[in-house]
Design a protein around this ligand. Structure first.
Ligand SMILES: NC(=O)c1ccc[n+]([C@@H]2O[C@H](COP(=O)([O-])OP(=O)(O)OC[C@H]3O[C@@H](n4cnc5c(N)ncnc54)[C@H](O)[C@@H]3O)[C@@H](O)[C@H]2O)c1
Length: 308
């Protein structure tokens, strides 16, 4: 299995899980946000940009992947708003380079890191299942949705099989606390440094903040493995189906870290969805129950502590 973005947060969990599942694994990553030390020893890294078709093709010729888990991306919503061309170049054109290289070497299946958190837009009540209408509000959501369509087009035209996994908000060990997203990593870093954390409001300053579905990275890696092995439908939400406010998250994380949290009320962040929760009944049928937030935060807190 070739894991693009394999040196990143989620990609490195996919690499780890695939190795444990007996796959021969390599990573392809330009290390723009990923780190070599995220990769287990012995996993080869093709240090390549997906926007470079010649280099991507050469890596595929050498490694001959049977399955590609495509995690490499411009993964920030706010960057996509500021730099929509960059976002499309990496997430659409870069992705097409991966598909063309896959066809050249007879790759059987692509597993794609898509986004339920962004594609469904606002989910005011309940949870969005896979049949819910797509309402992409950011260039990031649009580039991810576009690539899902490219996957379907390549399947129809060239017979390349694929699975789109629409992730909720993913958290866990190795998430970068210095990015613009990744609230669990950012909060953990600040809490351990004794700094206050902001609860950006959902509507009014002082409310409990936005509502999200937080899924543990290990469960996302498990889903990637199941998809790689042909055990999932072609489109699948990956989350927990549970709604958590930012305030609840902050309190549970502080308790997992064993620290007192100083919470500051802050205004809503421009462009943030108010509420996003995924219906995961289909995923549960294949993968079983996801990890509870409590246990996921306990594991993440343990890692964050050991890292300091
Ligand atoms: N973290 C989440 O909550 C979340 C939610 C939904 C979907 N996703 C998707 O999951 C995937 C992994 O995200 P992540 O949170 O691990 O972020 P990440 O930034 O840790 O991982 C992305 C990886 O891709 C690499 N990369 C970026 N641009 C590249 C390029 N041009 N060429 C080659 N490699 C490149 C980076 O160096 C990094 O290692 C992304 O596709 C992201 O859109 C993440």
């Amino acid at each position: 299995m070739l894991v693009t973005g394999g040196a990143g947060f989620i990609g490195s969990h996919v690499v780890e899980r695939a190795l444990a599942g007996g796959w021969e694994v390599a990573a392809l990553d330009n290390l723009s946000s990923g780190k070599r030390e995220n990769l287990p020893l012995g996993v080869s890294l093709y240090e390549i940009d997906v926007r470079n078709p010649g280099a991507v093709s050469a890596a595929f010729q050498e490694f001959q992947p049977v399955v590609v888990s495509h995690q490499a991306a411009q993964a920030s919503v706010s960057v996509s708003v500021r730099e929509p061309v960059l976002d499309a170049e990496i997430n659409i054109i870069g992705g097409i380079n991966v598909l063309r290289a896959s066809l050249e070497v007879g790759t059987q299946r692509i597993v794609f890191a898509s986004t339920g958190g962004a594609i469904y837009g606002e989910v005011p009540v309940g949870a969005a299942d896979e049949t819910a209408a797509a309402r992409p509000y950011s260039p990031y959501a649009t580039s991810k949705l576009s690539f899902e369509y490219y996957l379907e087009t390549f399947r129809q035209q060239f017979g390349l099989d694929y699975v789109s996994l629409r992730y909720a908000n993913v958290y866990g060990p190795r998430q970068n606390p210095h990015g613009e997203a990744g609230v669990v990593a950012i909060f953990a870093d600040r809490l351990l440094a004794g700094q206050p954390i902001n609860i950006n409001a959902m509507k009014e300053v002082g409310d409990d903040g936005c509502v999200r579905d937080y899924v543990y990275a290990g469960d996302v890696a498990e889903a990637n493995l199941a998809a790689a092995e042909g055990r999932t439908p072609r489109l699948l939400n990956i989350g927990t189906g549970k709604a958590t406010t930012t305030r609840e998250l902050a309190e549970q994380l502080a308790s997992a870290l064993g620290v007192q949290a100083e919470l500051q009320a802050a205004p809503p962040r421009v462009g943030d969805l108010q509420r996003s929760v995924l219906d995961v009944q289909q995923a549960e049928g294949v993968l079983g129950q996801p990890l509870t937030l409590k246990e996921g935060l306990r594991r993440t807190a343990e890692w964050a502590r050991s890292r300091r």
